[in-house]
Design a protein around this ligand. Structure first.
Ligand code: ATP
Length: 189
């Protein structure tokens, strides 16, 4: 039987509604552990926000380019959210395997380990709404779409079909960050 990969080389998938704080957590984690993590850059057809750079936060593409890649089976997963498409390309995952020894080990492991799934939840729909408005990056229509989608995602996260091992509620930022860190870095920290 093939040995299992060390826990610290397993891929981690963090999901959660728009505005739940995924970027906030990851930015903090990447600052605290420079070079430790690879980050797969997703594709999106939405417009870049101020300060976002093509190829860093996302690969910003046109709808035509996106759908072309869908046809070519270039995505591991993709979804339409509101009027925009989002997806993780096979290439994005291959790219992270080129950076960092830990990630390389994941890619070369005979039984590529199943990712560990973490769901980041806002404390409530009301607070999520405040944070989305406070961020000041989305039009009213987009905020309403995001809130509606958030409800569905939060309901799904609580069902047995959901792959999430853990749900962390992002209420107090420092407390939630510590929980995220414990889940991701664990005994390695
Ligand atoms: N614990 C917290 N307390 C207060 N504000 C927070 C907290 N966590 C995040 N925020 C703020 O909430 C807003 C949304 O967070 P963030 O952009 O990280 O969410 P996201 O999940 O990455 O969203 P998206 O999926 O749309 O990229 C930001 O303005 C962020 O500063």
């Amino acid at each position: 039987m093939a040995p299992t990969a060390p826990a610290n080389t397993r891929p981690i998938v963090i999901s959660g509604p728009s505005g739940s704080g995924k970027s906030t957590m990851l930015n903090r984690l990447f600052k605290e552990y420079p070079g430790k993590f690879g980050f797969s850059v997703s594709h999106t057809t939405r417009a870049p926000r101020a300060g976002e750079e093509n190829g860093r936060e996302y690969h910003f593409v046109t709808k035509e380019e996106f759908l072309d890649l869908v046809d070519k089976k270039g995505f591991v997963e993709h979804a339409k959210f509101g009027s925009n498409h989002y997806g993780t390309s096979i290439k994005a995952i291959e790219d992270i395997t080129k950076k960092g020894q830990g990630v390389k080990q994941v890619a070369n492991h005979p039984t590529f380990p199943r990712p560990r799934f973490l769901f980041l939840s806002p404390p409530s729909k009301e607070i999520l709404e405040q944070r989305l408005r406070g961020r000041g990056t989305d039009r009213e229509e987009a905020i309403l779409e995001r809130l509606k989608q958030a409800e569905a995602e939060m309901d799904f996260a609580k069902t047995p079909e959901s792959p999430h091992e853990k749900i962390i509620v992002n209420d107090d930022l420092d407390k939630a960050y510590q929980e995220v860190k414990d889940f991701i870095v664990g005994a390695d920290s």
